[in-house]
Design a protein around this ligand. Sequence first.
Ligand SMILES: [Zn+2]
Length: 371
Amino acid sequence: MKAGKLVSCITAALIFVANARAADWKVIRQQNRDYVSFANVAEFYEFPHYSRVDRTVSLHSTQRGIRAQAGTSELEINGVRFFTDFPILSSGNEDLISAMDVSKIIEPILRPNRIRDAHKVKTVVFDPGHGGDDQGAANEWGTEKAFALDVALNAREQLLRAGFNVEMTRPGDVARSLDDRENFANSFTDAVFISIHFNTSNGGAGIETYALAPAGVTSNAASEDHNSISDVQRCIGNAQDEQNIALAAAVHAAILARLSVFDRAVHHARFHVLRNIKIPAVLLEGGFLSNPDEGRRIATAQYRRQMGLALAQAVQNYDAAVNFRSSGATLAVATNNLPPHNRSITEPLRDDVTPELNHADKPSISINGGE
Ligand SMILES: [Zn+2]
């Protein structure tokens, strides 16, 4: 591994970020990596409130907030959980976050409109997982392949209505190789790719959203059943790291806002289906079929419809966020002009909105288009 080259790349990323604003990054070497303090992050992104109580550091403004705890690999941005690429550290009276996590997570989430090479989204490519002989996970009410397809069809209907072109890696219950799925996605430009799966395990519950791990970062997939490789190689999809994580955050936040589900975080992983894609791409694990309560909810048409609507909303949120241009205004004007101009890709979760929670729905045995 070319460690020296990697470090210089990360430093270059921070310098790029730093050039955009007046505040300077004060890089601190820890564990052979570049780190910065959360106080520095607060200063750079102009969070007026910064506190550090026990091991929890908190940065917030009226619009947005970051929380983290030294000793963990977790970060909360506007109430949405992210797994960091490297651990949050404590040093003296400072808590530190890696430069990689600032440039690959915090920056694209907080300032999606600064992501380079982000295009207006014209086409959405849905990739319902599995299909044909490969049913994926299953529970007593149905299969992962059928539930995933139904969520995609619900999202498709909504996005077509909103004027997007929508493509499916599989239009029905047919098998597709992961390479075929990637190649299909790569035949579209001005497009995004959303792969839909459901999880299974003993005791698990909630949603996970994955973006391709940046080069030099170990995959942190909780489930290794979708062809992840746990190395640190650079892949074709790494050209869109910032777009990938922004799309992942938009998907994750939209589902949390619409459905009452446990937040298992946005992750970086190296799933096969995300590695060689040339458009922004994410993989959603939309819940655990193995969980008695969640599995039953996923089996309802109403729940899958809500998840489809959330995906459609996520694409529109992503598109609006990355393409926002302050029409020639200076950044100072744009930042004073709060929402929508300075809106993070993950909007704060509002307490006054009760997410969909309808346990009265009956699991539907026949699934639209699934078989
Ligand atoms: Zn799957």
